[in-house]
Design a protein around this ligand. Structure first.
Ligand SMILES: NC(=O)c1ccc[n+]([C@@H]2O[C@H](COP(=O)([O-])OP(=O)(O)OC[C@H]3O[C@@H](n4cnc5c(N)ncnc54)[C@H](O)[C@@H]3O)[C@@H](O)[C@H]2O)c1
Length: 422
């Protein structure tokens, strides 16, 4: 393993393995085509796409043609062909569990898109089956790799605002993705969860020609972490319709003498800043008397870094995952490159892991814990969940059973169904 020489002098490059990992892309639908397909050029030192598998022939064939790989329409045939060491699973969530355990049982390392699974039972089973077969199993969580989280973590490490004891996040992305962000930010798993949810009627409206709404949901999640640390994460109407606050909303990381904050702007990134109290301010009203803007640096369609000038010196996160070609969504695409390069390095023996299977399962524990707490009128529930015989799990299981006509926890039965693109 070594550091690739960057194509841009002075820019950091991620670790590269001695040889790329031969992979299959499983699922050639929307995310796979619009996000991953264009990234394989940037990912060439890490992964070599040799196979594409999708039960919809047209999807598999078109994608395989585009990336110059073998097309498969059945996972069993792909496995039998013995062409790949690893796979990227970019298929519908309903089949993540079935595909993951099938790959584990045949010794194929794999990275699964988010969310990890439909039920918590499936998530636990995926991690356990991979572990039993000595297979590298990872979840491609891109949200922990976004620029605000990256720079916030660097600022936190300096101790400048004191330990962060509370997070408030309004109108961003509560659920699996944000759960992952909080456990990575705190570097710990939460001890309890509490949640309330609400639904109200609204004037009928169209989000898009195919998306009509007559009501609007809202949820508020509380997570207690070790050492008296709290997260409050709330949102409804994430698309910001009807005058609601737009994404990425407002996020406040509360330290003992200052705050790292980000608020939505016209663009999707939002604007971040560090607010800080000098000793004088602490003695006189404790209104912050310093504001340090966080700069999000994009050059030529590449996300270069995020940085902030603090009195203790500059603090910076440099993006190690530059793209081979410039892109208006460079920041978001670099975060996907980041989880694929990490995965490939891990397959090749690196022990660096930013989001372990235990983390990936915990994000699901948090999600299912929230659903269950909301069903119990906000009861505080310890994590990990002690009993999976709960209403929140049962409802999802029932829904999947009706949708597919088979037991959603039965991997073989689920492999026999095909989930067409919506
Ligand atoms: N991290 C993110 O920000 C993000 C964003 C969008 C989607 N996603 C995730 O990406 C995954 C794919 O989403 P999408 O929007 O591309 O869905 P999609 O429905 O557009 O595509 C899914 C593809 O998988 C194929 N498929 C169905 N059953 C399969 C099976 N058994 N084996 C192999 N392929 C199968 C379908 O034919 C289709 O081509 C989902 O897990 C979704 O949650 C993540």
């Amino acid at each position: 393993m070594n550091h690739a020489l960057s194509r841009w002098p002075g820019r950091l490059a991620a670790m590269v393995p001695d040889r790329p990992v031969d992979i299959a892309v499983i699922g050639a639908g929307n995310r796979s085509s619009t996000t991953y397909q264009g990234l394989f050029q940037s990912l060439r030192p890490w992964v070599n796409v040799v196979a594409v598998c999708d039960p919809v022939k047209e999807h598999a064939d078109r994608y395989a043609d585009a990336v110059d790989a073998h097309a498969f329409h059945d996972l069993t045939d792909l496995v039998k062909a013995d062409l790949v060491e690893a796979a990227l699973v970019i298929a519908p969530i309903d089949v993540h569990h079935a595909i993951s355990v099938t790959l584990s049982r045949t010794g194929i390392h794999h990275l699964v898109e988010t969310s990890i699974s439909s039920t918590l039972w499936q998530a636990r089973d995926m991690a356990q089956t991979a572990d039993e077969h000595g297979v590298k199993f990872r979840v491609g969580e891109n949200f922990i790799r976004f620029h605000f989280d990256r720079i916030a973590k660097e600022i936190d490490k300096t101790g400048f605002i004191g330990p962060i004891g509370r997070v408030l996040c309004v109108h961003d992305h509560p659920g699996y993705h944000n759960n992952s962000r909080w456990l990575v930010l705190y570097g710990a798993h939460p001890e309890t969860v509490q949640a309330v949810s609400h639904r109200m009627s609204v004037e009928p409206h169209w989000e898009a020609p195919h998306r009509y709404h007559e009501d609007e949901g809202f949820r508020c999640h509380f997570f207690r972490f070790p050492d008296n640390r709290l997260v409050t994460d709330l949102a409804g109407n994430l698309k910001g319709m009807l005058g609601r606050y737009p994404r990425p909303g407002y996020t406040e990381l509360a330290g003992t003498r200052g705050t790292i904050a980000r608020a939505a702007m016209e663009h999707r990134h939002g604007a971040g800043e560090v607010r800080w109290c000098s000793d004088d301010a602490l003695r006189n009203g404790a209104r912050h008397d310093h504001v340090f803007p966080i700069e999000h640096v994009v050059e030529d369609g590449q996300w270069i870094c995020d940085r902030v000038e603090l009195p203790i010196g500059p603090v910076e996160f440099r993006n190690p995952n530059q793209l081979a070609v410039s892109h208006p969504r460079a920041h978001s695409l670099s975060s996907v490159v980041s989880h694929v390069t990490d995965f490939a390095n891990e397959v090749r023996g690196s022990d660096h892991c930013e989001f372990t299977p235990a983390d990936a399962v915990m994000s699901m524990e948090m999600e299912v814990g929230c659903r269950e707490s909301a069903l119990r009128n906000g009861e505080e529930i310890p994590l990990p969940l002690a009993d999976l015989n709960i209403e929140a799990e049962r409802r999802v299981w029932d829904e999947l059973r009706v949708r597919h006509g088979v037991d959603p926890h039965d991997a073989e039965a689920m492999m026999s169904i095909m989930i067409a693109r919506p």
